[in-house]
Write a protein that binds this ligand. Structure first.
Ligand code: CA
Length: 611
């Protein structure tokens, strides 16, 4: 697809009055660890002025001019003694004020439930806001927003929003998850496929069809009150081509330029591949993700600052507990490391989980902070997603036992954990908004689904479930992305069934929901299953057995992938069973005496708290 970039040409005609249309970040705080702040100032011919700031504790260190006459970049130093307040920025010609701009420096908010980070005690719930619940039908269509709501179009906007999330916080808390990860909520004012939010056109503004910045901030506060955490989805690799700067880029290299549209090769592995060609590397990181998604050049320090400050702004403004960063290997990796360091400087307990979509553990391990990468790369990234395990989960519970099939797939992936600096930092999941729904992968076999969920909640890592998996929603990638992202039944006024309630769920949905409910709420109470070391035993005859151990607490998990019941000889597990005589089944509630053998029902997961 051919397209044109108009680089460096001003949107504003020269007859237009000098003015300030926009300053990013839109506000800042006093008392940050890093005292530097770089403001992007945008407005017609603003570069013809010189800015002056007279505010105690704030120093304008440098004014940067770029190719476009409609921008200035202001490097400020905000000293520790600076007080919160409104700071006037005078844009002058000679001694005359041409524009006076009021910029707010806020007081940082303190509180135990802000910027908490997440860990192995958490379970993440991934939802797509457009598809989860429509709490406010008056915002489904908004002035100035190009795409209108059309619920009949699987790839269109359906009207879900922040209010819809907020109205179901109690549902989520009751289900037993601890952390909400919503796919992007920032403005995505593209003419089509805007519902997914990955072509953002304003990094500083919640899409009005989802709500306002304040709505988002309040939703986070409400979640915190209920003991839930919130992760924001960010996209640094690319922005939507309708970003405000689209016809007036600050610098010609704001986006990675190509003579004609050039797509990324999507082979993220070339970034860590010691044998990769420069050609492949360049096409990977500088190629565009899509014609509607412009590839930001994070090697440009102005772009880098813009993105870094944006994430700090949202963490501070909304009180975020974590970030999920999209397409992690696609931006320049040195920039990503710098970004992580900046976040951890400001928020030492914060977590960022990277979308590291690779088939092999070694490639994922490269991106999780470690001191083993041969090229010396330190990502400083606190968490990564375990895509290899996701792929194994989607096959393991469908297959007949074999040397390297069935549950052996799980064992094989986990046995490669030596490549990770800390496998407990892996986000583990059975599916997300880009992959088959787990229930569909398992041919809608409820027993297999229960096994998959039991495994996910008891093996090492931080589990994530995809909205609707708890009511066994279906979706197949081969039928298009919209099929993976169906509306949660009951989320829209007038929905025939309301699966948020017991009465609105089918018997099968209730069986699934109740299973997840029990599993998740038990998981919250058990330190061994959260933080315990893992010992697993090779899969024999389609049975996979493992233990989680933590300070004398122990959990035993037995997965039988055979259709028929199996009797397991327990003597093989003596080193873990040593001293334990009973096990309480956390799903069924009964306690069994541990003898020489144990009978496992066909297609079952037994989770025992050992006593
Ligand atoms: Ca709505």
């Amino acid at each position: 697809m051919a397209f044109l970039l108009t680089l460096g040409s001003s949107t504003f005609s020269y007859a237009q009055k000098i003015n300030v249309k926009r300053v990013d970040p839109p506000s800042w705080w006093t008392g940050m660890h890093d005292h530097n702040l770089q403001l992007l100032v945008y407005g017609p011919r603003i570069s013809e002025t010189h800015p002056v700031i007279d505010y105690p504790g704030v120093q304008l260190e440098q004014t940067i001019h770029v190719k476009s006459p409609d921008y200035l970049f202001l490097d400020l130093i905000i000293s520790p003694g600076a007080k919160p307040g409104t700071m006037a920025i005078h844009f002058k010609k000679g001694k005359k004020d041409i524009v006076k701009y009021a910029y707010t420096l806020n007081k940082r908010e303190k509180g135990p439930k802000l910027h908490q980070g997440f860990d192995n005690s958490d379970v993440i719930y991934l939802l797509m806001p457009d598809r989860f619940a429509n709490g406010d039908t008056t915002n489904d269509n908004m002035p100035g927003m190009l795409e209108k709501a059309d619920r009949s179009n699987p790839n269109g906007r359906h009207g879900g929003d922040i209010k819809g999330i907020e109205e179901h916080l109690d549902y989520l808390k009751d289900l037993g998850i601890t952390t909400i990860w919503s796919t992007p909520l920032m403005e995505d004012n593209m003419p089509a496929y805007s519902y997914h939010g990955y072509a953002q056109t304003d990094y500083y503004k919640v899409d009005p069809r989802f709500g306002t910045n304040r709505n988002y901030r309040n939703m986070v506060r409400e979640a915190h009150k209920k003991g839930l955490k919130v992760i924001q989805d960010m996209v640094f690799n690319h922005c939507g081509t309708n970003y405000f700067w689209k016809n007036d880029l600050p610098t010609p290299d704001w986006y990675n330029p190509w003579p004609k549209f050039t797509r990324s090769n999507y082979h993220g592995g070339v970034v860590s591949d010691p044998h990769a060609s420069k050609y492949d590397y360049h096409h990977m990181v500088a190629g565009w993700f899509d014609s509607s998604m412009a590839d930001l050049d994070q090697d440009n320090p102005l772009v880098a600052n813009y993105l870094i400050q944006n994430s700090i702004w949202w963490i501070e403004y909304a009180g975020l507990d974590g970030i999920r960063q999209d397409t992690y290997p696609y931006p320049y990796k040195d920039f990503m490391a710098k970004w992580m360091q900046r976040i951890l400087l400001e928020y030492p307990h914060f977590n960022v989980v990277g979308e590291t979509w690779f088939s092999y553990p070694a490639t994922v391990a490269y991106w999780l902070e470690n001191d083993r990468n041969k090229d010396g790369y330190h990502s400083h990234l606190t968490n990564v997603f375990d895509f290899p395990l996701m792929m194994a989960i989607n096959k393991a519970f469908n297959e007949k036992p074999g040397w390297d099939t069935g549950l052996a797939r799980l064992y094989e992936v986990i046995s490669q954990d030596f490549v990770y600096s800390d496998p407990m930092k892996l986000g583990i999941f059975a599916g997300n908004h880009d992959s088959n729904r787990i229930f569909s992968s398992l041919h809608e076999d409820l027993k297999a689904w229960k096994m998959a969920m039991a495994f996910l909640m008891t093996t090492r890592g931080i589990p994530e479930i995809y909205y609707g998996d708890e009511i066994v929603m279906t979706g197949e990638k081969s039928k298009g992305d919209g099929n993976l992202r169906k509306d949660f039944p009951g989320g829209w006024p007038g929905d025939k069934l309301d699966a948020f309630t017991q009465q609105g769920r089918t018997p099968e949905q209730n069986e699934a929901f109740n299973y997840m409910h029990r599993l998740l709420n038990w998981r919250k109470t058990n330190k061994a299953v959260q933080f315990g070391t893992l010992t697993h035993y090779i899969v024999e005859n389609g049975v996979y057995v493992y233990f989680r151990s933590y300070k004398g607490q122990k959990v035993m998990v037995l997965l039988n992938n055979n259709e028929k019941p199996v009797t397991v000889d327990l003597s093989r597990f003596a080193e873990d069973l040593n001293g334990f005589t009973k096990g309480r089944n956390v799903i069924k509630g009964n306690t069994i005496v541990l003898g020489k053998e144990m009978e496992l029902p066909g297609k079952s997961a037994e989770i025992l708290e050992l006593e």
